[in-house]
Write a protein that binds this ligand. Structure first.
Ligand code: 3H9
Length: 692
């Protein structure tokens, strides 16, 4: 065996040269990997004993793509294209041997090999779109030449990882070999290629599938129309589509040039910078400075959920999906039956869409035990309370749980606002108490705010962080404060939205601006969806807010066809003249002089106070890092990932500009806009949030 460099080996086994990459964690195409690959292939090509070359990786995966951490830095070593040319032009057949995930630049390397073999558990994909890019090493030109235009469009715009069996069926892989025997299988395949004198198959020369789509612009028009909603606001999907169009309409080398041009366009823009930041931010969020990776965790084999309402049901589904048995407790039989019924209906609906088998539905329901007795939670490793959001009720539940739960069990509250330390204090085991704040719908939204109490044990924190991964969530550790990170910042935006409609804007103006910014919906559309009457008490109502007046007028939101908007039978919203009148009257009664409000002001008024509140959260230590706050907003509130989260966005705007506007607003509208000390300091020192 000859070491080519620190991450690349070349061994010769009879007539086969085996190039092995070993660059943990994911064999990304760093400068060192590119150097090693190029040199190894040159050596193998030059070695007269070698007749065919196998490329294989050590560790958990084949090459998972370009090294994202190198982007934006000066390039050293050979370019990826250089490496690819060496491989593709090899006079000896090259076989890529794939396990784990061949992604992005990794798949693009495999696509310049003459053949691809894989183990059944392998996957392949071009996920660049997820970091605001496109496959920039020929992937968009080669993929449609194998899988056809429709499948290529789907793959590059979704970034999906295609399982080996499907990849084989598509022609992306040439052969599957036995799991665990990739090296031998690939060498055997190489010998067959030699024995049968198979050609040096180059994907770039396959033209039939792209020619079949030539002169059919409707393929692209229809694809764009069908996905318009999904792609809204994102630049990368469109550039990916243009590349596939180029593959169809241009000769291969011209197509490559177009791919490069569109790649560079994305790479130099703010969207990809934001999405790459989010990629690393999400992984960073899992790291807790004072809770090392080797902190012991507690096994969670059985979960209890108290409350079978929307929240409790959704929470339970997460665990059932992960194969963890759940006991769900309600006080009234009819509520319990209703809650269990909703869970079943959700699963049945998924099955109807073909995303679950009936067998899976039954398996999941089989893991669910409905109960009317808290005592049935005695053997649970984790108990999550999802009862009414009232401190007295929560305290009562935790007091009882303390006497029922087994020693060491984790007691969690799903509170959205309340003080977790106060809840923990009514047990004899505050070290076992933690907040697990799920977001509605709890079986869908990826965010889990993990609220660390004053006394929460490190092993409980570590267990919760690990558990979030097990159930497919992004866990973000936050501290105890009213509304934690997400809702605390949301309150800023909601307050300003309410003020803006009295000062001169209409609800649909505010909603339009925030929707155009990239949020899934504005605050008023959101209120209508949730129901205006949540928390509204007909006995106590006193026309003190626009919302109260609307509730008094029986405008309760989407559920009864009218709220801030009027709704037709298909739930399409339209501005309401009645609401406009309510707002005008309300402003007049309060002697508010209405004025023209620009879209720019709406955006600044709604979002700058959020950035400012985020800074306060940081300075109080309620979030570990600014990027954690961004992860909360992206995964819990639909903040557009291409804007990187409120803190990233605030820096993009310029913290100095945010601060200056906050001061102007403070002078005009009062201390709701008082800048945080941290924001003032960072601006004075010319620093960003990561230096906080
Ligand atoms: C590209 O290829 C562009 C080309 O078309 C054109 C070039 C000209 N780079 O996710 P994990 C790190 S763009 C650098 O926790 P898993 C990651 O940060 C690329 N680092 O593991 C983490 O580090 P740490 C296209 C990377 O098992 C560690 O590896 N490819 C990269 O859950 C483990 O990651 C992609 O977009 C990278 N490419 O999932 C694939 N990938 O431990 C991106 C990972 O310090 N990667 N790291 O926090 C993935 O989707 C997942 O990492 C993967 C493994 C599925 C591979």
């Amino acid at each position: 065996m000859a070491a080519i460099n620190a991450v690349t080996d070349l061994t010769v086994e009879g007539d086969i040269g085996v190039v092995t990459l070993n660059s943990p964690p994911v064999n990304a195409l760093s400068a060192q990997v590119r150097e090693g690959l190029k040199a190894a292939f040159e050596a193998a090509i030059a070695d007269p004993a070698v007749q065919a070359i196998v490329l294989i990786c050590d560790g958990k995966t084949f090459i998972a793509g370009a090294d994202i951490s190198e982007f934006g830095k000066a390039m050293t070593g050979p370019s990826l294209q250089d490496v690819q040319n060496t491989i593709e032009n090899s006079p000896k057949p090259v076989i890529a041997a794939i396990h784990g995930t061949a992604l992005g630049g990794g798949l693009e390397v495999a696509l310049v090999a003459h053949y691809r073999v894989a183990v059944p558990s392998a996957k392949a994909g071009l996920p660049e779109v997820n970091i605001g890019l496109l496959p920039g090493a020929g992937g968009t030109q080669r993929l449609p030449r194998i899988v056809g235009v429709e499948k290529a469009l789907e793959m590059v715009t979704s970034g999906q990882h295609v399982p080996a069996k499907a990849a084989l069926a598509m022609g992306l892989f040439d052969s599957l070999v036995e799991e665990g025997a990739l090296r031998d299988g690939a060498i055997a395949f190489a010998r067959v290629v030699l024995a049968e004198d198979k050609p040096l198959a180059k994907v770039r020369d396959l033209n039939a599938k792209v020619e079949a789509a030539r002169g059919k612009p409707e393929i692209f028009a229809e694809f764009r129309a069908a996905n318009a909603k999904k792609f809204r606001g994102f630049l990368a999907p469109e550039n990916n589509i243009k590349c596939i169009e180029a593959a169809v309409n241009l000769p291969f080398d011209e197509g490559l040039k177009e791919e490069r041009r569109l790649f560079v366009e994305l790479m130099s823009g703010s969207q990809s910078a934001a999405q790459r930041y989010v990629f690393f931010a999400e992984r960073q969020a899992a790291k807790i400075p004072d809770v090392p990776d080797d902190t012991p965790t507690l096994p969670i084999k059985k979960v209890g959920v108290i409350g079978a309402g929307t929240m409790g049901g959704g929470i339970s589904m997460n665990f059932l999906n992960a194969g963890i048995p759940v006991t769900i407790v309600e006080m009234k039989q009819e509520n319990l039956d209703r809650g269990v019924g909703v869970i079943r209906k959700n699963y049945e609906n998924t099955a109807k869409k073909g995303r679950l088998t009936q067998d899976d539905v039954e398996k999941r329901m089989g893991l669910l035990t409905p109960s009317m007795h808290l005592e049935d939670l005695a053997d649970c490793d984790l108990i999550i309370e999802a009862v009414f959001e009232l401190m007295e009720i929560k305290k009562d539940v935790f007091g009882k749980l303390d006497t029922i739960a087994k020693p060491g069990a984790i007691l969690a509250t799903n509170t959205s606002y309340l003080n977790v330390d106060e809840i923990a204090a009514c047990t004899q085991r505050p070290e076992n108490v933690i907040g697990l704040h799920f977001f509605s719908p709890a079986n869908v939204m990826r965010l889990l705010e993990i609220v660390r109490g004053e006394k929460t044990d490190k092993s409980v924190v570590a267990t919760a962080m690990k558990l979030s991964k097990t159930i497919g969530k992004v866990g973000v550790l936050v501290g105890v404060c009213f509304g934690f990170v997400g809702n605390r910042m949301l309150a800023q935006r909601q307050r300003e939205a309410q003020k803006l409609i009295l000062e001169g804007a209409m609800p649909w103006d505010v909603d339009r601006v925030l929707y155009d910014f990239g949020l899934p919906m504005g605050p008023f559309a959101m209120s209508d969806l949730a129901g205006l009457d949540i928390g509204w008490d007909p006995a106590k109502t006193s026309s003190s807010t626009v919302r109260e007046v609307l509730c008094e007028m029986d405008r309760r939101g989407q559920k009864n066809g009218r709220g801030f908007y009027d709704y037709d039978e298909k739930r399409n919203a339209k501005p309401s003249a009645d609401v406009e009148k309510v707002i005008l009257d309300f402003a007049e009664q309060r002697q508010i002089q209405r004025r023209e409000i620009s879209d720019e002001e709406i955006l600044e008024r709604c979002l700058y106070p959020m950035v400012n509140e985020g800074a306060k959260i940081l300075e109080e230590g309620k979030a570990i890092r600014a990027s954690d706050i961004d992860i909360v907003w992206i995964n819990g509130y639909g903040w557009p990932v291409y804007r990187g989260g409120p803190m990233f966005w605030g820096e993009l705007v310029g913290l100095d500009k945010v601060l200056a506007r906050m001061k102007e607003f403070q002078a005009l509208h009062g201390d709701d806009f008082k800048p945080s000390a941290l924001l003032e300091r960072l601006v004075a020192e010319g620093k960003g949030f990561k230096d906080a």
